[in-house]
Design a protein around this ligand. Structure first.
Ligand code: FES
Ligand code: MG
Length: 577
């Protein structure tokens, strides 16, 4: 046997005697593999979420080539297979509706096939958590290689960040400060190379989370998609997974409570996306780690933001990479005692060992803990109150300081579309103190919990120079978005959460320093409204969307399916022949 003494899982197929073994091997030979590949060497699946419909992942087939090279070099047998790809920009009603489907597919493909280990190639927002969730529920040795960010966008002599610039330019056009033609030209400037969004949006955040959780090689999160060191990293991951199979280094050994605490703290340090809360919670559910929404507030409170990246700051992922990348941030956090440094990673070494020599270059892009970009306690806050008994989330660094404590009159919309239908109306009865309530955007309600919460401000207020307003919603916000937006309100309106009971003219008080979101309506009146409340008609009576609404859990549980929680292991399924 080529590696170690263990009988590999893949040998249940390729080492089988009789007719079954013949079937398993013979058809593989039609790809030109010689008989030596069945000698018991580790068989490594390369899960590739490339698709022209998921532009952020389109180049992953080339990354797969690099991974394959590494697997062959280390004496493994690489087999590439396609997975679903959830592209953020094209999929309707929202890519999030399909995260769980993709996770389920990845899990089943790994288990059903003769694999001993797997390399996960992801990129766009949901593809990273979906692959991690699927792999965690099988628990075979796994290493992730994210596809890397696009190069910095360049428009009219300045850097423009994907996503973030879309919101900015929309507001500029509406306010008459930018022409439609300029905006159209900017589209190409914002996306000038392969890769995922190069702001600290959800894709970059989740790539950093995968690296922090120990699931991808140090430095892997930040190499731009077109930087050849991304391909070197892919090749290194291919070599490494072969050894990980020998070492039996499985996700369950990496994805511990401490690893998630490291992730929460790192997310605060990088000013990461609020979506990480949903995805990390769902992933934790797969490995039996009990994460509470409150953990995201408590653990992050003493972590300053070290990274000056859009949407909260100035720079972009390419700058982050050249300034030292995530290892430099980890190094700062380890030194400050803010990480569990002994936490194991895919390298077989601890996170502290991985980054011992990492250095940050300058302190413009990555700051130190002592003079941070933003002080501790200014990151994402978790709110409680009678409007969100199961919690809500606000990204303080993307909000306007003067609105973090605010009392205003509610103007309620039962769907984002209901708001969009009137937001250009010059007579809309809103002013800058109004609290815009957008509901029906939760996991069950939409369905799929889309990134619609940061609705643009009413046009008449934009024209008057208003730049921000308080918005309250049971949906999510793009990691590239900004504004004083209360997100993930739970329970959601569609299941009768208090958000469903708000009426036009009610008073809402947001007090972020006190972590509170209150509907100033007395309990007796709320009880009357609750008794009269009728659940909205379900939008789907069959198909996947129906299955989704039947089984999706609330935002506070990561919006996973109830039946997908936990790990189902990698035991070899019954024979097919
Ligand atoms: Fe794919 Fe932003 S749209 S990463
Ligand atoms: Mg997004």
């Amino acid at each position: 046997m080529a590696h170690g003494d263990a009988v590999r899982r893949s040998q249940a197929w390729f080492g089988a005697a009789g007719r079954g073994g013949m079937v398993y091997r013979s058809w593989m030979r039609n790809q030109g593999f010689g008989p030596e590949v069945f000698d018991g060497r580790p068989v490594i699946g390369i899960a590739v979420s490339a698709s022209e419909l998921a532009p952020c992942n389109a180049h992953l087939t080339r990354v797969a080539e690099a991974v394959k090279r590494g697997v062959w070099q280390a004496g493994g047998f690489p087999l590439e297979f396609p997975t679903m790809a959830t592209g953020e920009t094209l999929m309707r009603p929202t890519a999030m509706l399909y995260r769980n489907l993709m996770a389920m597919e990845v899990e089943e493909l790994i288990r059903a096939n003769p694999l001993d280990g797997v390399v996960l190639l992801s990129g766009c927002d949901k593809t990273t958590p979906a692959m991690l969730m699927g792999a965690a529920s099988v628990d075979l040795p796994a290493v992730m290689v994210t596809g890397g960010p696009m190069l910095n966008g360049k428009f009219q002599g300045r850097d423009v960040g994907s996503g973030t610039a879309v919101w900015q330019m929309e507001a500029e056009v509406k306010a008459g400060r930018m022409t439609e033609e300029e905006c159209f030209f900017a589209e190409g400037c914002m996306a000038r190379s392969n890769g995922h969004c190069m702001t600290m949006g959800t894709a970059s955040t989740m790539a950093c989370m995968a690296e922090t959780l120990g699931m991808q090689l140090p430095g892997s999160a930040t190499w731009p998609a077109v930087d050849m060191r991304r391909y070197e990293t892919g090749q290194a991951a291919g070599r490494r997974i072969v050894d990980m199979v020998d070492e039996d280094l499985r996700p369950s050994r990496l994805l511990t409570r401490e690893a998630f605490e490291n992730a929460i703290r790192t997310n605060a340090a990088i000013g990461g996306s609020t979506n990480a809360i949903i995805h990390l919670t769902a992933l934790a559910g797969r490995v039996g780690v009990d994460l509470d929404t409150e953990d995201f507030d408590q653990l992050a409170r003493d972590v300053p933001t070290l990274l000056n990246l859009m949407p909260s700051g100035t720079y972009l992922m390419e700058d982050f990479c050249y300034a030292g990348g995530l290892p430099a941030v980890h190094h700062e956090l380890v030194r400050a005692g803010l990480l569990h440094g002994e936490q194991l990673t895919v390298t077989g070494r601890s996170i502290a060992e991985n980054v011992a020599d990492a250095e940050r270059i300058g302190d413009e892009v990555i700051t130190g803990v002592v003079a941070p970009f933003q002080p501790a306690g200014t990151g994402t806050a978790v709110l409680r109150g009678n409007l969100c008994p199961d919690g809500a989330v606000i990204k303080q660094s993307a909000a306007s300081p003067h609105l973090l404590t605010h009392t205003g009159t509610a103007r309620v919309f039962d769907s984002p579309e209901a708001y969009h239908a009137v937001c250009d109306d010059p007579d809309l009865d809103v002013d800058e103190n109004t609290v815009l309530v957008i509901r029906g955007a939760g996991p069950k309600g939409y369905p799929g919990m889309p990134e619609v919460s940061n609705v643009p401000l009413p046009t008449k207020l934009l024209k008057a120079g208003v730049t921000d307003m308080v918005r309250v919603c049971d949906g999510r916000m793009s990691g590239t978005g900004y504004g004083t937006v209360v997100l993930h309100v739970a329970p959601e309106a569609a299941v009768g959460g208090p958000l469903a009971l708000v009426r036009d003219g009610d008073t809402i008080t947001l007090d972020v320093p006190k972590r509170s979101l209150q509907l100033e309506v007395d309990e007796a009146e709320l009880a009357r409204r609750r008794a009269a409340w009728q659940a909205p008609e379900p939008r789907h009576a069959s198909g996947y969307a129906w299955l989704y609404t039947q089984h999706v859990e609330g935002a506070d549980r990561g919006a996973d399916f109830d039946f997908l929680r936990g790990c189902r292991g990698s035991a070899v399924p019954r024979d097919s022949h």
